[in-house]
Design a protein. Structure first.
Length: 371
């Protein structure tokens, strides 16, 4: 969820201390701005606008840097402060002010009014941010991007990158999103939510190296974060690197002892490492939590079947394993009757026990599925 937080702009106090080289003609404008700053009464902004507009009478006035800077301050203040347009000014005001600010920005003498220009840019940036958030709320992400980019052009605040990263991620434009997340993660202490989302993004793009780097940075800053620990474990689980995965499970299981995904990952790991008792215990815990879950039921049946092959045929351990395996695999087959993997496991089981009737049924069903 994108967070609405406008840029922290230092608002200039509109008093005689403002850093304009004020002429007598501009004092009326400055006084009205100062009165608005004290009272927050929009009527003073109206008067300030009338005063500045009235000062443009000749072509020379239109080129006057001081007057244009005053105009930009007045117009940008109105746009920023009067967000509901209670003054009923035309929709073209933002476009007009944007052109004016762009013109002032490239004026070689604008350094005289650097403080004022920074203020104006801050106001305009906030207006475009407001528009960007409005578009975002309406799921018009393309226009949100346009307005975020414009805002960033006036005040290159890194927080804007977080919004752009979020939008490109939502749009599925992962290659662009990852550029922004790379920048965010290059900061000394990126927020945990940036690291989490970046990790998911890197994994989506198949870049497990960068995902692991992001995870390690996150864990070094924030310590035991369940999400990051799970993502790290899941990477090694997908790689089938069960030796490394095993080293991560203790902490993860401590943080999420009843998380079904974590428990299944652990059981599967123990299974592959031939830790029979740990695998059996964990599969049973999963079944106790949800006895309608196919995967742990099937896996436990398969675990018992594999155990039979390591026992001496027809001794007590063998028959006990066969019995447990049959119970679990037949239950799993009831849950998912057309699962080919489960049917093949039952085929192996019935071959072991010599149950010809059940074997014929399973083989018949397998032929139906494969034909």
């Amino acid at each position: 969820m994108i967070r609405k937080a406008f840029l922290l702009i230092v608002i200039i106090c509109f008093t005689s201390s403002i850093a304009f080289c004020q002429t007598e003609a501009m004092k009326d404008v400055a006084n009205n701005l100062a009165l608005y700053n004290k009272s927050n009464d929009y009527k003073y902004l109206t008067e300030a606008k009338k005063a500045i507009d009235g000062s443009f009478k000749t072509h020379a006035d239109s080129l006057n840097l001081e007057k244009n800077t005053f105009k930009a301050v007045v117009y940008s203040t109105i746009l920023y402060r009067d967000s509901l347009n209670t003054l009923k000014l035309p929709d073209t005001l933002l476009r007009q002010t944007t052109r004016l600010v762009n013109m002032l920005s490239v004026n070689r003498k604008i350094y005289r009014y650097a403080t004022e220009l920074n203020y104006v840019k801050g106001c305009i940036a906030n207006v475009y941010l407001r528009k960007a958030f409005d578009f975002y709320d309406k799921n018009n992400f393309r226009q949100a991007i346009v307005n975020f980019d414009i805002a960033k052009g006036y005040v290159p605040d890194k927080q804007i990158d977080t919004y752009l990263a979020n939008i490109y991620y939502k749009l599925g434009n992962y290659k662009t999103a990852v550029i922004y997340y790379d920048q965010l993660l290059a900061e000394p202490k990126p927020k945990i939510e940036y690291i989490q989302t970046a990790t998911t993004l890197y994994n989506t793009l198949g870049d497990t190296t960068k995902a692991l780097q992001a995870i390690q940075k996150g864990l070094s800053i924030y310590g035991h974060d369940k999400y990051l620990l799970f993502e790290e474990a899941n990477i090694y689980n997908n790689k089938k690197d069960y030796a490394v995965l095993n080293t991560l499970l203790e902490e993860l299981l401590y943080l999420a002892p009843n998380d079904l995904n974590v428990l299944f990952m652990a059981a599967n790991c123990y299974d592959h490492l031939n830790r029979f008792q740990d695998a059996e215990r964990t599969y049973k815990k999963l079944i106790d939590i949800n006895n309608a879950d196919y995967n742990p039921t099937f896996n436990l049946g398969l675990l018992y079947l594999k155990r039979c092959f390591t026992a001496k045929k027809h001794d007590d351990v063998y028959w006990a394993g066969i019995s447990k395996s049959r119970d679990m695999l037949e239950k799993a087959s009831e849950m998912n009757p057309n699962n080919e993997e489960c049917l093949k496991a039952l085929q192996m089981l019935y071959l072991q026990t010599g149950n010809q009737n059940q074997l014929k049924k399973v083989e018949s069903k397998l032929r139906q599925l494969t034909n």
